[in-house]
Design a protein around this ligand. Structure first.
Ligand code: CTP
Ligand code: CA
Length: 225
């Protein structure tokens, strides 16, 4: 007797996904963060896992949970922690999708005690974080796929195309904030996919789960090309 198992399209594939915001500590009680909910990255991880992939989800602070047995969550806080984990995991994956909203700047120094208010003005010196996606683009092997996101408010196609090329991506998902309901905290996104062959595909406003399916379909088409 032979057991027949339905072959899922991403069986045996290892995938790295980043999700959520990062928090950059200022002192023991304060941080610089952003409004990313993590929903897009978690929806992607779930959809990839349903298609048979083994997913490592490097997640910044979110309220989201996943119970899928094919998803391993690595919880991180800062951009530096996210960078270190991604660089470590990337060599063993077939595909990486960076959907996290990573801080571009972080405080030069973290105060060891809570900073007290004074009568004076106050400012914090910031230094640039390292770009995780750009770093993975540099070390990417010929068989690895690398996917990024772009959040733009103006000249969006031009800016997204610039990131696609500069970071050596296979494709980039442009998130448009212009339509009602699309954005960081909501349940919907309006995306355009630009790939490195010059193809551009515009999608309707959809739920993040539907968007995740569109992105995974694009990945499947590239894997079979
Ligand atoms: N990204 C990353 N590491 C960073 C910054 C960004 O991996 N330190 C990734 C994001 O996860 C996303 C892509 O790079 O997939 C684009 O992020 P975005 O903030 O839109 O672009 P930046 O290159 O940071 O440029 P800017 O914020 O100035 O538009
Ligand atoms: Ca940025």
């Amino acid at each position: 007797n032979s057991v027949i198992t339905a072959q899922k399209p991403l069986n045996g594939k290892n995938v790295l996904v980043t999700a959520g915001p990062t928090y950059e500590a200022i002192d023991p009680v304060r941080f610089i963060g952003n409004h990313s909910s993590g929903k897009m990255g978690y929806a992607l991880a779930e959809t990839l896992a349903e298609h048979g992939a083994h997913v490592t989800l490097v997640s910044g602070p979110t309220h989201l949970k996943t119970l899928h047995k094919n998803i391993q969550v690595i919880a991180v806080t800062s951009a530096k922690e996210m960078f270190d984990n991604c660089v470590k995991v990337f060599p063993s994956v077939d595909l990486a999708i960076m959907s996290a909203a990573v801080a571009d700047y972080t405080p030069v120094e973290v105060a060891t005690q809570k900073i007290k208010k004074t009568e004076q003005e106050f400012s914090i010196e910031l230094t640039k974080t390292r770009d995780i996606l750009a770093e993975l683009g540099k070390i990417k092997g010929p068989k690895q796929l690398l996917v990024g996101f772009a959040l733009e408010t103006n000249n969006e196609l031009e800016h997204a195309k610039g990131k696609l090329e500069k970071k050596n991506l296979d494709f980039i998902v442009l998130n448009s904030l212009n339509d009602n309901g699309a954005g960081f905290q909501g349940d919907t996104n309006k995306i355009t996919i630009l790939d490195n062959k010059g193809h551009t595909e515009v999608f309707e406003l959809k739920t993040k789960t539907e968007v995740a399916h569109d992105i995974v379909n694009k990945i499947l088409s590239l894997l079979h090309a």
